[in-house]
Every structure is written in structure tokens, then in C-alpha cells.
Design a binder for this molecule. Structure first.
Ligand code: 1CP
Length: 344
């Protein structure tokens, strides 16, 4: 099916576009009143596992905010669940994995599953979203990077430091390697199926990459992301977003990804000089700045666009949108990118 708006894909391929495409990480979610209304009626995994609900939530920000891409409503933690680990989502608190991986015996409880069997609902959602979108905008599929998934599988919950996950890797490196490889193999099969079902591009979220030193990032994260990009790059466009891992932009570019996400702690010109000219950069508005007065948001968006310059840029936040952002402010962000980037 032909896309009516393919700005995102053309930008990822390095083609010229009339303006900069814009979307927001975690755009399908809690800051939208339409989403909160559904949240009252269904549990988190009911929303994720029901293709009709997932479709409705995926499309809400397209209708309401006017972003240039949809991102599948799901979660990175469907992977540990599919591998056999229990995952709960506690409302207003976050994920809980009551029986995390700590020992060699624990690894025996999980497997590399048949993804079509365990995650069929994701592919059904992708097919229904593509049909419902009817070519309005591209659909981004996603997975967590293996390192970020390991963090949750070992720590068992969210954390500022993921110290137990890191201790696991430092004390039992062979087990860590085994677990990371199992997650990688599952993710490759999963992402290939997302692409077959109709996802137009893929983003890998390495939310906790920045907790690692550069050599540890190479060993525990990049080594596995590289395998994923290697297996998918002929089939789709891939964006790597490793929050905080600015020190590895050059190495991430060398994987063959089409785009690199950056957060607000690195300036665009610095990211460009590290990554080189022939790759698309995505980001990097501070999500908390959407809480500023609207005039300040407009001004800062203009500055961001100028700093990235024309072409090879996808406007986005430097991490997920916060639940307390007023919907109007999200709209101002998107509208300002649309207006101002056509003037660049
Ligand atoms: O309604 C609710 O209260 C649940 C909140 C929620 C939502 C809306 C969770 C639980 N997941 C999601 C959806 C989600 N998660 C999407 C949907 C598509 C989109 O709009 O972008 C995506 C892409 C994710 C990815 C995700 N989940 C990441 C990576 C991105 C990031 O923000 O760093 C991570 C780390 C998770 C784990 C997770 N799931 C949910 C929460 C609250 C968290 C974060 C927990 C933590 O802080 O450790």
C-alpha cells in the first residue's frame, strides 16, 4: 500500500523532504485523555493483547496530535513474558517480574519461544493498524534492546541504577552472555515477524544503555544490537535509541542502522560530528520542557531545528513523553516542527 505521508521513511533513507518529520516516543499513552478512558476499563496487558484496543490506542495520537508516524501500542516487556517469565504491570508504579533471573537454574525456566505462537496478537494488531491507517502515516514497530530487557529480567522491576542487573553481568558473565543471546534470538524472530506483518520501520529502545561504560556497552549491548541490525537491515529501516550512550554514536552508526536517537544531554552538532554525515539523527527535545509555557516551547523547538539543520533529522523528544504533559503542549511541539522546518 502506498503511503500518503512517507516523510519519516524518506528521511531515514537520506532522501530530500519538504520538511522535517515529527513523532514522540511513548506518544500512545497516559497523557492522552482518550487513553486514560480505556485504562479505566481494561488492564494493561488486555490493552496490549487485544488487537482492536491496540489499534485504537496506536491511532489516537495520529488523530489528536497530527504526528508523522504511528508507533505500535505494546511494551518491550512482552519479550520476557513470551520467553516464559511472569511480568505484571502495577498501575501507577510500573513493571514487576516476581521471579527474576539470578542463577543458572533460573535460565532453565525460560526459552527462545516460537514468536508466532506466543506473540501472534502483536502481528494481528500490526495488520489491523495498517489496514485502519490506510496509508496515512508509516507504522513503527519496536523492541527493547537486549541489554534493557536483561535489566528488567534480572532486577525484576524498574530502577535508577539497575545495580542487581549489572552485578549479575559482572559476577556471572557467561550466564549474562547466554541470557543476552536468548533475548537477541527472540527479538530477531519477533522483529522479522513485525516487518512481515507490515511494520514500515523498527526502533530498538536501549533505555538503560547509558548506565554502562563504553567498553561495557560494547560487550553487553552493542554486540547484540549489531546482530539484530545485521539480520534486519535489508528488510526495513532501523533506528537505534540508546539513551545516554552518546559515546557510542560512531559505533552504532557502523552497525548499518538508518537512524540514531539522541537525548537532550548531547548537542546536535556534537552528535553529528560523532555519527558522521550520512545517517539520520532523531531527537532531542527534553520531554520536561513540554511543561514550559507555550511561547518557550515554540522558541526552543525553533532552536532545535536550526541546530540539526535541514535534512537527515527526525524531530522527537530525547525520551518518552511524560504523563503530566498537557495535550495542547504536545500539539504545539508538533505544529511548530511542521511550520518551522519548512522554512529551514
Ligand atoms: O497505562 C499505563 O499505566 C501503563 C504505562 C505504559 C505504557 C503506556 C507502559 C508500562 N508501557 C506503555 C506503552 C509503551 N511502552 C510503548 C507504546 C508505544 C508508544 O507510545 O511509544 C512503548 C514504545 C514502550 C516502551 C517501553 N516500555 C520502554 C522503552 C522506552 C522508554 O520509555 O524508555 C520501557 C523502558 C518500558 C518499560 C515500561 N513499561 C511500562 C512502564 C511504566 C515502563 C517503564 C518502567 C521504568 O521506568 O523502569
Amino acid at each position: 500500500m502506498n503511503l500518503k505521508n512517507d516523510l519519516l521513511l524518506r528521511t531515514l533513507r537520506g532522501e530530500k523532504t519538504e520538511r522535517t518529520p515529527v513523532w514522540m516516543m511513548r506518544q500512545a499513552g497516559r497523557y492522552l485523555p482518550e487513553y486514560r478512558a480505556l485504562r479505566g476499563k481494561y488492564s494493561f496487558f488486555e490493552r496490549v493483547e487485544n488487537p482492536e484496543l491496540a489499534t485504537e490506542i496506536t491511532i489516537q495520537p495520529i488523530d489528536s496530535i497530527g504526528v508523522d508516524a504511528a508507533i505500535l501500542f505494546s511494551d518491550i516487556l512482552v519479550i520476557p513474558r513470551a520467553m516464559g517469565l511472569e511480568v505484571q504491570l502495577i498501575e501507577n508504579e510500573g513493571p514487576l517480574l516476581p521471579h527474576p533471573i539470578k542463577t543458572a537454574d533460573d535460565l532453565k525456566r525460560i526459552c527462545v519461544p516460537d514468536v508466532l505462537d506466543r506473540l501472534h496478537y502483536v502481528m494481528s494488531a500490526i495488520r489491523l493498524i495498517k489496514k485502519t491507517l490506510d496509508g496515512r502515516v508509516p507504522l513503527i514497530g519496536f523492541a527493547g534492546a537486549p541489554w534493557t530487557i536483561l535489566c528488567y529480567m534480572v532486577q525484576g522491576k524498574g530502577s535508577k541504577t539497575f545495580d542487581e542487573a549489572k552485578a549479575f553481568c559482572y559476577r556471572q558473565p557467561e550466564l549474562a552472555e547466554k541470557l543476552l543471546q536468548m533475548i537477541t534470538d527472540t527479538s530477531i524472530a519477533y522483529l522479522k515477524e513485525q516487518v512481515s506483518a507490515g511494520a514500515d520501520a523498527i526502533q530498538l529502545f536501549d533505555s538503560w544503555g547509558g548506565l554502562l561504560s563504553k567498553p561495557d556497552f560494547e560487550q553487553l549491548s552493542l554486540k547484540y544490537m549489531r546482530q539484530i541490525v545485521e539480520e534486519l537491515k535489508g528488510e526495513t529501516e532501523i533506528i537505534l535509541f540508546a539513551k545516554g550512550s552518546w559515546y557510542a554514536l560512531k559505533e552504532m552508526k557502523q552497525t548499518g542502522a538508518s537512524g540514531l536517537g539522541i537525548d537532550w544531554c548531547i548537542e546536535p552538532h556534537m552528535a553529528r560530528s560523532l555519527a558522521g554525515p550520512d545517517i539520520t539523527l532523531q531527537g532531542n527535545f527534553d520531554p520536561a520542557k513540554l511543561l514550559a509555557p507555550s511561547a518557550r516551547i515554540k522558541e526552543e523547538v525553533k532552536q532545535m531545528l536550526q541546530a540539526f539543520g535541514k535534512g537527515r533529522h527526525i524531530a522527537n523528544l530525547g525520551h518518552g513523553i511524560l504523563p503530566n504533559v498537557p495535550v495542547d503542549h504536545a500539539r504545539i511541539f508538533v505544529d511548530t516542527v511542521k511550520e518551522q522546518s519548512s522554512l529551514l
